[in-house]
Design a binder for this molecule. Structure first.
Ligand code: FAD
Length: 372
């Protein structure tokens, strides 16, 4: 493969859209296949923080730095930690890091607005990618079949592109998060509990987490250890049943914390899955991956979107560079080396929060970060 010109990106998540934008800035017109019918089909989740050297750098290279800073919330970087009795163990208004928060929906919209019309093909669920006799791969979608020099799997946790490269599948990590929503106007006590960024309340193998989002919203997570089959059953259960089970799980916690599971809107059940840290696959000309498709990890390192953006930056360089497929192989090696420590950190973070002495471990982590 010389320099690919016909490029398909499967998935219009943050990673796929960032790659499309960076390629468009360099005169290429990729096709982005997205299974959602339109931008508002699914809630996009809560707040993300963009790190200086990865997420923010990508926004700068994409020419979207001003739009990011206009929408970002640098004031929401505080941390609080409570124990199950509701005692405040740690409270810091500003983490001191340069990691402004932005709502995921807003970030996605900034990226979508920066793409030429028609680049994203909504309602296009890619199900078949097959080698083409002319080189590259064809993607069949509805009644159309198109050939591409390069297909990039930016299709997240359950990537269909990854299935063409490796038999490795994400493994369940034993912990499930129930996502909860609050309006601060309706729930001033949650507003007060959270402070200026996010709060963790950590008890024996359980945690309640809440994070300030934009537009007067707070996103919460009730996390607990569950067998995989049970987590799947919770996904199918009516909200009242989930709420009842959460009430049982957090019984005995302080009333200010229990309020979160009693009163939050139940937005979804998210079992945590991860690929093995350092996951690699045999390189195959014409196909590559980025973001969660390549290195899915739990959110306990706070790196997922930042890694996806760094991948998009490096892959755009490789695609438009002079080294052909060797450049993309070098990208794959760099990506794997960058993601491995973050994946180890995410696994360690999840194991320490969901442990018998989780509050002590999280407190030690915060003290280490502030150098106390
Ligand atoms: C609860 C939770 C909290 C998180 N918090 C943070 C955080 O604070 N900070 C952070 O950096 N990261 C966080 N993450 C991780 C972050 O969300 C992911 O790392 C990030 O979204 C990965 O982006 P992506 O573009 O690789 O994949 P995704 O965002 O998963 O996007 C994949 C896209 O591909 C589409 N798709 C899938 N299959 C197909 C197909 N066959 N055909 C067409 N389209 C397809 C999907 O519809 C989707 O739009 C969190 C994750 C979770 C679950």
């Amino acid at each position: 493969m010389i320099r690919p010109s016909r490029i398909a990106i499967v998935g219009a998540g943050p990673g796929g859209l960032m790659l499309a934008r960076l390629l468009q800035r360099r005169g290429l017109t990729p096709v982005v296949y997205e299974r959602d019918a339109h931008t508002g089909e699914r809630p996009q989740g809560g707040s993300l923080d963009l790190h200086a050297e990865t997420g923010q750098r990508a926004m700068r290279l994409a020419g979207l730095e001003a739009a990011f800073h206009k929408a970002a919330r640098p004031e929401d970087q505080g941390d609080r930690l409570y124990d199950a009795a509701g005692h405040l163990l740690f409270d810091r208004d500003d983490s001191g890091d340069d990691r402004p928060e932005i709502d995921r929906t807003v970030l996605r919209q900034i990226l979508l607005d920066a793409l030429a019309p028609g680049v994203v093909r909504w309602g296009s669920h890619v199900q078949a990618i097959v080698p083409s006799s002319e080189g590259g791969f064809t993607i069949a979608n509805g009644n159309t079949t198109e050939r591409f020099d390069l297909v990039v799997g930016a299709d997240g946790a359950w990537s269909c592109v990854r299935d063409l490269l490796t038999a490795t599948k994400p493994r369940y990590e034993g912990v499930t998060l129930v996502e909860l929503g609050f309006d601060t106007a309706r729930h001033p006590q949650v507003d007060a509990l959270v402070g200026s960024g996010k709060m963790f309340a950590v008890g024996d193998n359980r945690a309640l987490i809440a994070q300030r989002n934009g537009f007067g919203h707070i996103r919460g997570y009730a996390g607990l250890r569950l067998e995989e089959g049970e987590a799947r059953a919770w996904m199918r259960a009516p909200p009242d049943t989930v709420r009842q089970r959460l009430g049982e799980t957090f019984s005995g916690w302080s009333s200010s914390l229990i309020y979160l599971v009693e009163r939050g809107d139940i937005l979804g059940i998210r079992p945590m899955y991860a690929l093995p840290a350092g996951h690699r696959w045999p390189s195959r000309a014409g196909l590559t991956l980025l973001g969660d498709a390549a290195h899915l990890m739990s959110p306990f390192s706070g790196e997922g979107v930042n890694l996806a953006f760094a991948d998009a930056t490096d892959l755009a360089d490789a695609i438009t560079g002079e080294d052909g497929w060797a450049g993309i192989q070098a990208y794959e090696a760099t990506m794997a080396a960058r993601a491995a420590p973050a994946a180890e950190g995410a696994a360690a973070g999840l194991a320490s929060v969901f442990s018998p002495n989780g509050a002590d471990q999280v407190l030690a982590h915060y003290h280490q970060r502030v150098g106390a």
